[in-house]
Structure formats: C-alpha cells, structure tokens
Design a protein around this ligand. Structure first.
Ligand SMILES: [Zn+2]
Length: 433
C-alpha cells in the first residue's frame, strides 16, 4: 500500500519522474506511477534532493532555551530541508556525559521534525584539559560518533592526540574548531585592511591554519579520523588539499555564510557599519578567501556544507560590536545561500549539492539511513526545492526562536516546498506539516 505519490519531481535536477513512498521507504521511481488511493503531492518544477544533513547545529538546549530549543531548532531545520542535524555540545550543562547526550537525543525523538544526532564534548566541561566520557557517549542510546568542543579549540596537542586515539575504538571522529587561542585573544573580526581601518583587534588567518596543519599531522600520526569545522581561509584550503593528497582520513566543512559574505560588511553594509549581525566565529574573511572556499567545495577538498546555526537572543546580539555574541542562524537559509553561491555560479549542479549537503555529511557523522541517493529502497528522506523563485528573507517567518540572520531584507533564490522524514511530511507547501 503506497502512502504518497510525488508527481513530476526532477530528481537531482534531472527529468521529471514520480516517486512512490511506502512504509517510510522509496518504493518506486518512474513515470506515470498509479496512485492506488495514496495521497498525491504535485512536485511539478521542483528539484528532489535527499534530505539535507547538518554536521554543525547549535540547538542551545539544555540551558539557553531563550535562544533555541530542540523543538524550535528542528522545526527550523525541517523548513530548511534538513532531515538530520548534529546538535553541538556547548550547552549548559555541557553534553559531556551519556546522560546529557541521551536527553538531547530523546528531545529530538519527541519533537519528531528531524533526526537529532548529539555531538559529544571532547573534554569535560569544554575545559580543554581532561577527556570527557567519550566511550560512554558512544555506547549510549544516542550512539555519538562526532565529538567536538566547538566554540572552543582543543588547543593542547597532547589532549588532541589522546582524543584522536580514543575515538578510533568506535569509529568516532573529532571535529575541531580550529582557533589558536593565544593568537586570537580579544579578536573581533578578520585581521586585514578592514580591521586596520576600523581599529578592531584582528583575527589572523594563521590562527586557524596553524591548528589545521598541526591536527592533520596528529591525525595522520595516530591513524585517526579528523574533521575540520567551518573552514574560512584560503590558506586552510591549501593545507587541506595537501593533507588529502597524502591519503589521510581528513574531512572539512564550510558554512553558507563563509561562501557568500565578506569582512567589508563590518565597515559598510545595508544595515550600517559595526553591525554585530556580521560578528561570527570564525570571522567573515575576504573576497579571495570566499573564492578559494567555493573552489574547494566544488572540487571536494572541502567535503560538505554545515550551517553552524548559532541562535542568540536579541539582547546578546543587538548591542555594541565589542559586547555582542558571535554567531548567525542559518538552517532556514542554507540551501538558498548554497544555491546562490554554488549553483547559480555554475560550480555545483544539484547532484553536487546532494553530495555536499547530504551524502558526505551523513557519511562523516556515520548517520545510518540518511544521506542516501533518492532511489527505490532508500529511506524516504527527501527535500523538494523550487529553484525558480526569489524571495526577500523575512526572519519574522522563521521557526527559529532567534532572529540573528545576516540576510534580512536580502533577496535569495529558491524555496524549500516540502520535506519528508522517513516517508512522513514534516513540511508541505513551505509550512510545517
Ligand atoms: Zn565553531
């Protein structure tokens, strides 16, 4: 018995075809499938993609439910076309025990908008000193495979080495927030011509690149898996290209905002100068960096896009530059930004977008049943996207509890029309189902 027939979807941007969904799986793909009493969904003109998978989401629960909750963040994820997100560990309490990761995982199950894969902290309390209960988190109901102190760098080389060695036992991966702390003390924005003119303390590219180089060498030395979070500089791309040429087990992500926005927005933008909406960690870089990141995502040196969705309440963001929190929300605009930065520029086609926003992140996070090609027999995790429209971004309509988007008032292409999670629509007609 078929549950859903999707009509005339362009699978990965190809020729229109019907998709029959039954029992949570894609039962059949072909032309003119018979409905047999199933609900029909007209996907004429829409691109069908595998459900998107985010390796880097801040859901803020437990602890900062004023900024986001698992429920509100996963509603935003579904509206953005995601069927799985990795919830970062820098909550309060920190997700450094089996108890906390199981709590986050269970909240995700209860909300039911998308799969929530908790990320475990690398060190207890994110203190950078003593390893957290990595094995217990891996063995827990949450089945953690990605570990990160994100927000902070695991800067101690010995701690990083031990963590890389430890996670080999259960095929885990350390996701490093690459930021040499001494080189970025008091840093407010990218170190360069703009920071010089504005008199803000600069954040040098070398602070990211030095950690990436060190950790690639460490990962190779102990034969472990390393993932680099939010790569932001052209120099980082060069180091990754070199490390990958060695055959080392290293992967990397880039955020949508680092594919589109540059540091000169801090000086001059449609919302004025020194607007903390552009304050983010790692900082927005230069046009040359953006071009290098796009090229690296296109050629696979950077494996995937990850949102680094970082919600903050108004009072933490709408304040003077120096005091404002770092971060941007991104779940509900990620696909549109990638469309503009990568597809409209001819750097990726829709099959490439599926690879960088679904297949590869699912593989890196070892997420079963996600990130699979939309063919018969696969779990029906699907996103239907209309590439033909252009909308002005209106954060008033966001499901996220926070509003710190850098795209307010900007026109972006495309719209997520529907999302299916294991055969069940979480979004229909662009609204939560
Ligand atoms: Zn980070």
């Amino acid at each position: 018995m078929t549950d859903f027939i999707v009509r005339n979807a362009r699978i990965l941007g190809g020729e229109p075809a019907d998709i029959a969904i039954s029992g949570g799986l894609i039962a059949e793909v072909g032309r003119g499938l018979t409905a047999g009493g199933a609900s029909e969904f007209d996907a004429d003109g829409l691109v069908a993609l595998p459900g998107l998978v985010d390796l880097h989401t801040h859901l803020r629960e437990p602890g900062r439910e004023d900024a986001e909750t698992v429920a509100s963040g996963t509603r935003a994820a579904a509206l953005g076309g995601f069927t799985a997100v990795h919830a970062m560990a820098n909550t309060s309490p920190v997700a450094d025990t089996a108890g906390v990761v199981e709590q986050v995982w269970r909240l995700g199950q209860e909300a039911g908008h998308c799969e929530v894969r908790p990320v475990g902290a690398v060190t207890a309390g994110l203190n950078g000193e003593r390893l957290a209960e990595l094995g217990a988190m891996a063995d827990s109901a949450a089945g953690v495979r990605v570990f990160s102190d994100d927000g902070k760098c695991v800067s101690d080389a010995v701690v990083m080495r031990r963590a890389l060695e430890y996670v080999k036992a259960f095929d885990g991966v350390i996701a490093q927030h690459a930021q040499e702390p001494r080189l970025t003390e008091g840093a407010q924005m990218n170190e360069g011509a703009v920071s010089g003119r504005l008199g803000l303390v600069g954040w040098p590219a070398v602070a990211e690149e030095a950690i990436i180089a060190r950790d690639c060498l460490l990962a190779a030395h102990v034969g472990s898996r390393l993932h680099i979070c939010h790569v932001s500089t052209a120099g980082s791309v060069e180091i990754l290209r070199w490390a990958k040429s060695k055959g080392w087990n290293i992967t990397a992500e880039v955020t949508p905002h680092h594919l589109l926005l540059t540091d000169d927005l801090v000086e001059d933008s449609p919302v004025g100068s020194y607007n903390p909406i552009y304050k983010v960690n790692p900082p927005l870089r230069t046009r040359e960096d953006v071009e290098a990141l796009r090229a690296a995502l296109a050629d696979g040196t950077i494996d995937c896009v990850a949102t680094d969705h970082a919600p903050h309440p108004v009072e933490d963001k709408e304040t003077e530059w120096g005091a404002a929190a770092m971060g941007m929300i991104g779940l509900e605009t990620a696909l549109a930004v990638v469309h503009e930065a990568m597809v409209e520029t001819g750097l990726l086609d829709w099959a490439g977008v599926a690879d960088r926003m679904s297949y590869r992140p699912a593989r890196i996070g070892r997420v079963r049943g996600q990130g699979l090609p939309p063919t018969a027999g696969s779990p029906a995790n699907l996103t239907f996207y209309d590439p033909s429209v252009r909308d002005e971004v209106d954060p008033g309509g966001f499901a996220s509890k926070s509003r710190n988007t850098p795209y307010e008032g900007r026109t972006l292409p495309g719209r997520v029309v529907a999302t299916f999670l294991r055969g069940r629509p979480t979004v229909l007609e662009g609204k939560l189902a």
